[in-house]
Design a protein around this ligand. Sequence first.
Ligand SMILES: Nc1ncnc2c1ncn2[C@@H]1O[C@H](COP(=O)(O)OP(=O)(O)OP(=O)(O)O)[C@@H](O)[C@H]1O
Ligand SMILES: [Mg+2]
Length: 229
Amino acid sequence: MSLLLRRLKKSFREPDGNPLPIINIDHFELKQAEQVALVGSSGGGKTTLLHLISGIHTPDSGEVIIDQVNLAGLGEPARDRFRAMKIGYIFQTFNLLPAFTALENVLLGMSFSGQKSNRAHAIDLLDEVGLKHRLSHKPSKLSVGEQQRVAIARALANKPKLLLADEPTASIDSRNQNNVLRMIRDVCKEHHVTLLLVTHSEEVARQFDRVETLSDFNKPEELLATASK
Ligand SMILES: Nc1ncnc2c1ncn2[C@@H]1O[C@H](COP(=O)(O)OP(=O)(O)OP(=O)(O)O)[C@@H](O)[C@H]1O
Ligand SMILES: [Mg+2]
């Protein structure tokens, strides 16, 4: 799917109530099946941007247009449905459900999208991230890198059209990092999935044809300037 951000603005509040502008993007576009690495300094707003694109957060103003649908104009249930059906999200903090095993976490990723649970496909995905021997482990019994790989398998389980990956290989050793990254990119290529992948790793970013630095197109300081006029 294609993605278009237009005049997108998001501020949080400081503890003292003052506005804290984080996102101010005039225009940003991803074409269908494009694979883009997003880099930028810690605290710059990368995770916030992925939350806005996925409809987890709503912008203060502006548009998030995914295949002609303005996600920012939908109510929360419709956004949740849209995300479950069309978007895969690999969270920076994994967000696995602690009471469920690795396999069950992946199966739940399928069931939220209304697909029939496909156990064989879930096992295949876990196999592809190198976790076939850990299907019945709950997250607390998995290493951090293993939890991250369950999160990757889960994000792919609903066969998304847009994959948002927030530092998806940050907790994985460099050899496995390359394998897992290759797997993510191959799945996206094969199924024409649009990929936006946040990374702090130059080695990871180097593998992408298009690398975007958030501060090149996100200008939150301009919101402060207009607010104080
Ligand atoms: N709910 C919130 N309320 C107030 N401030 C927030 C909230 N969420 C994020 N922020 C602030 O927004 C800024 C951007 O956070 P974000 O998580 O998007 O950064 P990031 O670019 O993903 O950083 P990192 O590379 O460390 O993951 C941070 O300074 C953070 O303190
Ligand atoms: Mg982040």
